[in-house]
Design a binder for this molecule. Structure first.
Ligand code: NAD
Length: 501
């Protein structure tokens, strides 16, 4: 039974061994950012609570990794249907804890659901290779086997989608999983755990723990955890990567972003401006794929900034669950103040504040207006840092070459976009830009489940992106098996490596 009543708990529990558990010890508060009021409490796990979850995941591992791949895929199919039926419930939880608008939350849950849809076909991707006669009467085949207990540590900005980049793939591959969602938005994870159990997932295969650095450090140190996936800010991503490497764990750690959109003078500027407004201010700029820097080339600059100003002014700000609202609040009061301080810095640094949204008009909640800066220089703080708020900056470049060089000098390299009518210019951009995800007349290359998602440079520590075929690689280990069935006419090998096949 899908009972939204379970979502109204005052305390959001952990989920360990197939049931809700409230660990003893520290508690944190979960806010409704649209009101600034505390809405729920959440336990912060310590090392002992993390160990309980690891023990549950280890106990469930042998049966789950040996369950037939079709059985695993069928649980995923059932989970898929339950998620589709409960999409709006999950989206409402996201809006209540994160603040983004309900339609935006629905879209983000949809992107996560698509990963579950993708892994329903996982038996096809788990097929190994086989070569007959690698030597005379000797055959070799390869297997992809689960790595063991995996953990996911996720950020506040996508409470359902980012966890679903990870755990459906890991679990379909035969691993068991421990998710540590952001302590700011803990409820969606618990709702997904309930639905997964209802889909027939055995207890202990999927566990959810809550908390802050102490919980994360206990995950990184636990010898029972084989692999860690992380998505969050760059300094923490680097810390996770280094600590996991030191502790002998497989790791992928996706970090922050400063995504540039290059707009050439031949672009349809009205179309480009609409796309940039959505990408810059959607979800109040709290997206890893937000376009936060526009590089206007040559004559595109002045008319583009005029269009951006007009459209950014028209954005309706308010609580995310109200009809007609385009942009909700920021996640916390502290984050709102940090974004506001960047706006002050930008003005002090001499950037032109075309629109200054630094002073919120709403009395309660963590709202800010839309800010647009023009004539920003690369040495300014507002360019160098990921602001993660509704602040769009415009830099000017004379040529495409100069624009590409500017994008490539930035240490972040998550996503980028080009707006142009020229196929040649777009091809050159695609070829030369040093960034992991590229949009051509598409501002935010949203995650496509059957492709992978991830950046380069300071936006990703590790070798493999999430989901798609790269996700399957991350959550499996290759084993190569070579077989000979001796009989009388094949001589036994001698001491030397064979020179003939
Ligand atoms: P964050 O780095 O503060 O937190 C991410 C996770 O790490 C959370 O679960 C948090 O509890 C934990 N954490 C926080 N501080 C820690 C510490 N000192 N030690 C150990 N663990 C710690 O990120 P956030 O503010 O929740 O999310 C926003 C960031 O995530 C932005 O930088 C954004 O660009 C990034 N992000 C990146 C992608 C991507 O695909 N590259 C996607 C979404 C978000």
């Amino acid at each position: 039974m899908n009972k939204p009543a379970e979502l109204k708990l005052d305390t959001v529990p952990c989920w360990i061994g197939g049931k809700p558990v409230v660990s003893a010890g520290r508690m944190g508060e979960v806010y409704n950012p649209a009101t600034g009021q505390v809405a729920r409490r959440v336990p912060y796990c310590d090392a002992a609570a993390i160990d309980t979850a690891v023990q549950a995941a280890m106990a469930a591992l042998p049966d789950w990794r040996d369950a037939s791949i079709l059985r695993r895929a069928r649980v995923m199919q059932k989970f898929l249907h339950l998620l589709q039926a409960q999409q709006k419930d999950i989206a409402r939880l996201i809006t209540a804890e994160h603040g983004k608008t309900l339609p935006d939350a629905m879209g983000s849950v949809q992107r996560g659901i698509e990963v579950v849809e993708f892994v329903c076909g996982l038996p096809q991707l788990l097929k190994g290779e086989y070569s007959e006669n690698v030597g005379t009467a000797v055959d070799t085949h390869s297997l992809r086997q689960p790595v063991g207990v995996c953990a996911g540590i996720t950020p506040f900005n996508f409470p359902a989608m980012v966890p679903m980049w990870m755990f459906p793939v890991a679990i379909a591959c035969g691993n068991t999983f421990i998710l540590k969602p952001s302590e700011k938005v803990p409820s969606a994870a618990i709702r997904m755990a309930e639905l997964f159990k209802e889909a027939g997932l055995p207890d202990g295969v999927f566990n959810v723990v809550h908390g802050d650095k102490a919980a994360v450090d206990a995950i990184l140190a636990h010898p029972g955890i084989a692999a860690v996936s992380f998505v969050g800010s760059t300094p923490i991503a680097k810390y996770i990567y280094e600590t996991c490497a030191k502790n002998g764990k497989r790791v992928q750690a996706l970090g922050g972003a400063k995504n540039h959109a290059v707009v050439l003078p031949d672009a349809d500027l009205e179309f480009a401006a609409d796309a940039l407004i959505g990408a810059a201010y959607g979800s109040a700029g709290e997206r890893c794929m937000a376009i936060s820097a526009v590089v206007a080339v040559g004559a595109a600059g002045d008319p583009l900034v005029k269009l951006l100003e007009k459209k950014a002014k028209a954005i309706k700000i308010g609580p995310g669950d109200q009809d007609g609202v385009d942009m909700g609040p920021l996640i916390t009061g502290q984050h709102r103040d940090k974004v506001a301080s960047y706006i002050e810095k930008g003005k002090a640094e001499g950037a032109k504040a075309v629109l200054d949204g630094g002073k919120p008009s709403l009395k309660e909640g963590y709202f800010l207006g839309t800010t647009l800066f023009d004539h920003v220089k690369t040495e300014m703080e507002i360019y160098k840092h990921e602001i993660f708020g509704p602040v769009l900056i415009v830099l000017r470049a004379d040529t495409l070459e100069e624009a590409i060089a500017l994008v490539n000098r930035n240490p972040y390299a998550n996503g980028t976009a080009i707006f142009t009518e020229s196929g040649g210019a777009a091809r050159r951009f695609e070829n030369e830009v040093q960034v992991g995800m590229v949009g051509v007349n598409v501002p935010i290359p949203v995650p496509v489940a059957f492709y992978s998602f991830g950046g380069w440079k300071n936006s990703l520590f590790g070798d493999l992106h999430v989901h798609g075929a790269e996700g399957v690689k991350f959550y499996t280990r290759t084993k190569v098996v070579t077989t000979r069935w001796p009989h009388q006419d094949t001589p036994a090998p001698g001491l030397n490596m064979p020179t003939l096949g």
